[in-house]
Design a protein around this ligand. Structure first.
Ligand SMILES: Cc1cc2nc3c(=O)[nH]c(=O)nc-3n(C[C@H](O)[C@H](O)[C@H](O)COP(=O)(O)O)c2cc1C
Length: 173
């Protein structure tokens, strides 16, 4: 049973969330690969502009092959009510998702546009053949605050999401 957590993070919040998710899944004996997307970025304004207009970040990588994974989690910061350009690129170039289950999450500041960003990510992943997609979001205040609170929050999210039973379902096959 293998889970991929694919994410982008500019200032560390999404990465911290991804690491917390990874740690908690590993405690359940689930094998996790954490894949951080790299990419060029500019100022707050240019980043927001590119995200809003769904521009893809440039990369030499031709595709991301997810065949070896049973469950795919994709995490993005919200930039201008949207996923980031690096996530846009991944969503277009990933392959090997057909028939699998997955989850998406965003980390956010004010919270404006977090639902929109999740909807965009979900739509792209459904086009790639993911069957069921569980969505959740984490505020940057929770992430940069008390470590125990973040731990409990992620524990709650994972327990109340299909991640637990979908992953154990695959494990038992
Ligand atoms: C360019 C830019 C645009 C942002 N736009 C939004 C937004 O539209 N809505 C929101 O709630 N937060 C917004 N934020 C806040 C980030 O989503 C939030 O701080 C996030 O946790 C950053 O993740 P990171 O540390 O992994 O890069 C924006 C941040 C940046 C840098």
């Amino acid at each position: 049973m293998k889970v991929a957590i694919v994410y982008f993070s500019l200032t560390g919040n999404t990465e911290k969330a991804a690491i917390e998710i990874e740690n908690q899944l590993e405690k359940k004996n689930i094998q996790v690969s954490r894949i951080k997307l790299e990419g060029n970025f500019g100022t707050f304004l240019t980043n927001s502009f590119k995200a809003l207009f769904r521009i893809k970040a440039k990369t030499e990588q031709l595709q991301w092959d997810m065949k070896e994974f049973d469950f795919i989690i994709v995490g993005s910061p919200v930039w201008a009510f949207s996923p980031t350009p690096q996530i846009n690129t991944f969503l277009k170039k990933c392959i090997g998702l057909e028939g699998k289950n997955g989850a998406i999450f965003v980390t956010y500041g004010s919270g404006t546009g977090k639902g929109r960003a999740l909807r965009i990510m979900k739509k792209e992943l459904l086009l790639k053949g993911l069957k069921e997609i569980y969505s959740f979001s984490l505020s940057d205040k929770i992430i940069s605050g008390d470590a125990d609170k973040l731990n409990k929050k992620v524990e709650f999210i994972l327990a109340s999401s299909p991640i637990s039973y979908k992953t154990s379902e695959v494990k038992n096959e």
